[in-house]
Design a protein around this ligand. Structure first.
Ligand code: NMX
Ligand code: MLT
Length: 434
């Protein structure tokens, strides 16, 4: 066993009595109530999920294990010559709640390396798909194709004890995570780089190896580390995390569950918004013959989009009510590394104009940008201009959070998820009764 697994076991054992006590002794304590608007409107704000891995405050934004984004980045160890912490050190932190030492982070690197080989049939499956298939479909299919490798499914079939579920889920999570950079980069190069491929380099970390296999020079390794960390987790109610949790609650193994989560991430109101943002910007520039718009022109385009009944991608949020700190973190990166980039300038101009337009439009509860409004600019700058790939990168990052969560779900014995539905006639009766 590795130090990470031993520490996780210790943490889960120590934590489990808290969950059990709450469930047994305080199960009837009310923490929320549900109204008709919430039943119709996507269960917005209904408190009915539990996670200790991250928490989203509407004003402040995300905290990973109690730390804000700047605190997280400041706390994690760096390797010599890296501007950003490794994904490995972050995953240790996300899973255990403890900041790892440099050696503990290196141990995760070595562990993932030993699990990194992607079965050859995964590439066969990808190659059999039409090349114009969306990369998210390819990514989700590759994950699902590997389900036959599931340790959880095999051990379940052999009669695994409930107390061991977390262990088998952990093994699947680690096996999956170790393979995702290669699968994602393979899809990218198969689709967009003339089907030429770059073998993984066993000396590199998760982010470094991804950049290497994408064929993109420094500092894209640091960009990738930052991108994956920022996109990892956003508490449990977002579509990709909730879907992964829901599917895993049926004891479907992590391959089934994460593939399902990716399918949710592929929706334009969720992770696909980062591709939509680039598409929207390019459309604006195309209409102006390649010219950067003035603020007035931009305003007119924003209104055209809204009047056309479409959303402004990258703006608004189901929970956040201020600028997303993941947007701010990426903006600060751009200010430091690409301050004069025309696309960055344009995204800043949108930030200046769009909140006012959205406020005047009067529908959205949050006129401020979310993570997706800024992430494409960085990818574009470093040469990833095929924007339909951006959500795959989001998915690689999101794996860290959702897989950590389902390991804990099994460790703490969470039940199969099964909320109750009612009929419209019942709602009408309750409405009439006031
Ligand atoms: N542009 C235009 N209208 C909007 C926007 C926007 N960016 N955001 C919300 N609205 C509308 C929304 O469609 C709804 O209209 P209607 O009453 O006609 O149904 C109304 O404002 C109220 O919506 P909210 O309660 O503010 O937002 P909700 O919680 O329903 O949805 C999002 C949240 C994120 C789905 C929504 O803000 C949106 O569609 N944003 C654009 C897409 C996007 O950037 N998604 C990425 C989110 C982050 N991520 O990566 O997942
Ligand atoms: C996310 O990162 O999952 C998005 O911001 C959506 C959400 O939290 O609802």
């Amino acid at each position: 066993t590795t130090a990470l697994k031993a520490k996780l076991f210790e943490k889960i054992e120590a934590f489990r009595p808290r969950t059990q006590k709450l469930n047994k002794e305080f199960g009837n304590v009310v923490i929320d109530s549900v109204n008709i608007g919430q039943a119709i409107g996507g269960a917005r704000d209904v408190r009915c999920l539990v996670t200790d891995i991250s928490y989203l405050d509407p004003q402040e934004g995300i905290r990973f294990r109690g730390k804000t984004i700047p605190e997280t980045f400041a706390a994690l160890p760096r390797k010599a010559g890296f501007e950003q912490p490794t994904v490995e050190s972050f995953f240790y932190f996300l899973l255990t709640g403890d900041v790892p030492t440099a050696e503990q982070a290196l141990e995760v690197e070595a562990d993932w390396r030993s699990r990194a080989e992607v079965p050859a049939y995964v590439f066969d499956v990808l190659r059999a798909m039409p090349r114009d298939t969306h990369p998210m479909t390819m990514f989700s299919t590759a994950v699902l194709a590997m389900q036959r490798e599931s340790v959880f499914a095999h051990r379940y079939a052999e009669g695994m004890k409930k107390t061991d579920y977390w262990d088998a889920t952990y093994e699947d999570a680690m096996n999956l995570l170790a393979k995702l950079p290669h699968i994602a980069a393979y899809i990218y190069r198969m689709k967009y780089k003339g089907d030429t491929h770059i073998e993984p380099d066993a000396k590199l970390d998760f982010g470094g190896n991804f950049a290497h296999m994408m064929g993109i020079a420094k500092p894209y390794d640091d960009v990738s580390r930052m991108y994956f960390i920022l996109h990892s987790d956003h508490e449990s109610g977002n579509v990709s995390a909730h879907t992964t949790h829901l599917v895993a609650s049926a004891l479907s193994d992590p391959y089934y569950a994460f593939s399902a989560g990716l399918n949710g991430l592929a929706g334009p109101l969720h992770g696909l918004a980062n591709q939509e943002v680039l598409g929207w910007i390019q459309n604006v520039m195309k209409k102006l013959g390649g010219k950067i718009p003035t603020e007035e022109e931009l305003k007119a385009f924003l209104w055209d989009t809204l009047k056309g009944g479409q959303v402004i991608p990258g703006y608004g949020h189901a929970v956040l009510r201020k600028t997303d700190p993941r947007y701010t973190a990426q903006m600060e990166y751009c200010q430091k590394h690409l301050p004069d980039d025309p696309l960055f300038k344009l995204v800043n101009m949108i930030y200046k104009v769009a909140p006012g337009v959205l406020t005047e439009h009067g529908k959205t509860k949050n006129p401020w940008p979310n993570v997706d409004a800024q992430s494409g600019v960085i990818q574009w700058y470093y040469g990833v201009r095929e924007w339909d790939f951006y959500t795959v990168e989001f998915g690689v990052g999101r794996a860290l959070g959702v897989l950590a969560n389902i390991v804990w779900d099994r460790g703490l014995g969470y039940a199969i998820e099964r909320p109750k539905s009612v009929t419209t006639a019942m709602l009408e009766q309750w409405a009439a009764a006031g």
